[in-house]
Design a protein. Structure first.
Length: 132
């Protein structure tokens, strides 16, 4: 009997896995926001340097567009993370939005903002499932 009560105590002390995922999502969200602020600052500095040469202007314009393109991909990831946080709050985190099956823990650990199980993710990438 001593083993049984010890096993129960060990289960009770186990940290809440959803809280771990929340912390991981929030940390990633903060990292993206910090990168965005840095990219924005770099873009503003590039436009304020006052170069007169047309080649330098073209280069600066290209660099600004490149930095803002990176910001677009970061923005999309930020939306994914915000959606995952909403699913955590709503109690359906870790459930595929398409088939309602549980998303494997290994996938959630690798991609904590995952909306789909692996099979449905492949269908979404092929255009079979329309993202909302």
């Amino acid at each position: 009997m001593a083993r049984t009560s010890g096993a129960k105590k060990a289960r009770k002390k186990k940290p809440d896995s959803t809280e771990k995922f929340r912390q991981k999502l929030v940390a990633h969200q903060e990292e993206i926001l910090n990168l965005y602020e840095r990219d924005l600052k770099v873009g503003q500095e590039a436009s304020d340097d006052g170069t007169e040469d047309i080649v330098d202007r073209a280069n600066n314009s290209y660099n600004r567009e490149f930095m803002f393109a990176l910001s677009d991909s970061e923005r999309l990831l930020l939306l994914e993370i915000e959606g995952a946080l909403e699913r955590l709050d709503g109690g359906n985190y870790g459930t595929c939005l398409n088939c309602s099956d549980e998303i494997p823990k290994a996938r959630i650990r690798a991609v904590p903002w995952a909306r789909y199980c692996i099979d449905c993710q492949e269908q979404a990438e092929q255009g079979v499932i329309l993202d909302s």
